[in-house]
Design a protein around this ligand. Structure first.
Ligand SMILES: [Fe+2]
Length: 371
């Protein structure tokens, strides 16, 4: 089908939105497929009541108590999952007494709070807030935090996570590969006691016991290894005259999910141009966001450590207060991690305890309050 324009509509998407309307994008395949912009007289997310399973969700990550918070042998807490992607929280306070290997999935740790070292079979990687640690499927690792108060967002993807193709922007856009750190080998010459390696395969743990430290690599070469990079080294691609779709912030990509980072950046300066994300009704992707630091300008009532899930099929977009407060802003200092999944995410039972149910109708409440 070719593009057409009907009624009172802007000729360009996200520019010169007709006075008194809210723009909504109804699109296929995230922001890559066919789409139309619809101009509403009322907030597309202004429902006052929901009956049935579909709704936006907010989880208070700061209230979570994963099994690894106090038990060194415990694991992270599963929040959301589908058949290819899982989202978990780890708040590990103590060093891991075992080594862990995920033989089912790539793992990404985003460090929200805490510093320390993560030993791997390739060598150690230090970590600090704002770091991404990517462990390709089959990497063995052992977290050794130096701080008591630690918080990691963990993303597991059955399909390999790689760098997205930056196309015409070139190979240095968003993050220069020179800012990506890989470990220097440090061989542990230790024996005389038992070392435990836990391997996760097909969802089941198997424990292997070695008489020597398994991290005994004296050298390595190749193009597969755990890596580390920090959000302060991301240089977001922005336009003064156009609100770029969130996929421009894609950090790592697999066949079934995209991890994107909203990093500090200037906002659009053209007066005709929208500064806040437009309302959209993705029907092919679920959207999960973890809020790390700064002021989250598109959604009110969100604090660091909060997590939202906007499932496929319903609208999502900025809250009324956010639209008003964005008007005079020239930049945003927010840092948030977004995970978009092709397959719908299910909420794990353990996550229900930290859900904030009022979130589902927060747009209509805020709109009434600001009237
Ligand atoms: Fe979205």
């Amino acid at each position: 089908m070719f593009p057409v324009s009907k009624g009172r509509a802007s000729r360009q998407a996200h520019v010169q939105i007709p006075e008194g309307t809210y723009e909504e994008e109804h699109g296929r395949r995230g922001f890559f497929g066919r789409s139309s912009q619809l101009y509403h007289l009322n907030l597309p997310t202004g429902w006052t009541r929901v009956e049935g399973p579909l709704r936006p969700h907010l989880f208070a990550g700061a209230r979570s108590a994963p099994p690894d918070l106090d038990d060194p042998n415990g694991g992270p807490l599963k929040i959301l999952k589908n058949d290819d992607t899982e989202i978990l929280i780890s708040r590990r306070r103590h060093s891991m007494p075992y080594i862990f290997r995920n033989a089912d999935a790539d793992e990404v740790y985003f460090v929200h709070r805490g510093t320390g070292v993560c030993e791997t079979d390739y060598g150690p990687l230090n970590f600090e807030p704002g770091d991404y640690l990517h462990f390709p499927k089959g990497t063995s690792y052992q977290f050794q935090p130096k701080t008591d108060d630690n918080f990691f967002l963990v993303i597991r993807s059955i399909h390999e996570l790689t760098w997205p193709d930056r196309g015409l922007m070139g190979k240095h856009a968003f993050i220069d590969p020179m800012m990506i750190e890989s470990p220097e080998p440090v061989a542990h010459r230790e024996n005389g006691r038992e070392f435990e390696l836990r391997v996760l395969r097909r969802g089941e743990l198997t424990k292997f016991f070695y008489p020597h430290h398994p991290f005994d690599v004296v050298g390595w070469q190749g193009d597969l290894s755990p890596i580390r990079f920090n959000v302060r080294d991301l240089r977001p691609v922005v336009s003064a005259r156009y609100h770029m779709p969130p996929t421009v912030h894609a950090t790592l990509f697999s066949d079934t999910c995209a991890i994107c980072t909203f990093a500090p950046r200037p906002l659009e300066s053209d007066p005709d141009c929208e500064k806040v994300p437009f309302f959209h009704r993705n029907v092919d992707w679920d959207e999960f966001i973890f809020y790390h630091a700064g002021e989250f300008f598109s959604r009110g009532g969100i604090e660091p450590g909060s997590m939202t899930l906007h499932p496929q099929g319903i609208h999502h977009g900025p809250q009324p207060n956010a639209r008003a407060s964005a008007r005079n802003k020239t930049e945003t200092r927010e840092v948030a991690v977004m995970v978009e999944t092709w397959n719908p995410l299910r909420i794990c039972e353990e996550a229900l305890a930290i859900e904030v149910p009022e979130y589902a109708t927060s747009w209509s409440r805020e709109a009434r309050a600001s009237r």
